[in-house]
Design a protein. Structure first.
Length: 163
């Protein structure tokens, strides 16, 4: 049995304690925005927030998040609005964060597969480093994008820092 909160909703799941959080989110809760990429916490496609910190859910057992607050891409705007950090303004689409809007404005995704994890990583990163240098971005955002959209990721991050 595992108990944790996902996107503000308490869940109690009858699952093995060693099940990776990724599979609990996707298979048990039906939230498929968090993606499976590598299975070894290397690529970051599975990034979610646990107590507002970005973590890679493909290797994190549900037993490690007992009683924790988990935010997935589906709940990111809700969590940011609740914390007052969404950066949403009247010119933005409803129910998205400033990071998600920057992704749209700068046309960051190509295939888009890794982008939910990238957005989760960047959201957490900017909360602790609101005006990063290129070196900070290189060190802090280690998610892999097979399409190579890194220049647009960097541009979107810098646009948020300026804002």
């Amino acid at each position: 049995m595992a108990k944790f909160k996902v996107n503000g909703v308490e869940h109690e799941l009858d699952i093995e304690p060693e099940m990776p959080l990724l599979w609990a989110i996707r298979d048990e809760l039906g939230m498929t925005g968090t993606k499976f990429g590598c299975g070894i916490a290397s690529c970051g496609a599975c990034t979610v927030h646990v107590n507002s910190s970005a973590v890679r859910s493909c290797v994190l057992p549900v037993s490690a998040v007992e009683g924790q607050d988990i935010t997935t891409i589906e709940g990111l705007a809700f969590a940011a609005n609740a914390a007052g950090t969404s950066g949403i303004n009247d010119n933005s689409a409803p129910n998205i964060t400033a990071v998600q809007q920057a992704w749209i404005d700068h046309q960051v995704p190509q295939c888009g597969y890794c982008q939910s994890g990238m957005i989760m990583a960047v959201s957490s990163f900017l909360a602790s480093n609101p005006n990063p240098s290129d070196a900070d971005i290189d060190a802090g955002i280690t998610n892999v994008c097979r399409c190579g959209s890194y220049p647009r990721v960097r541009k979107a991050i810098h646009s948020l820092a300026i804002a």
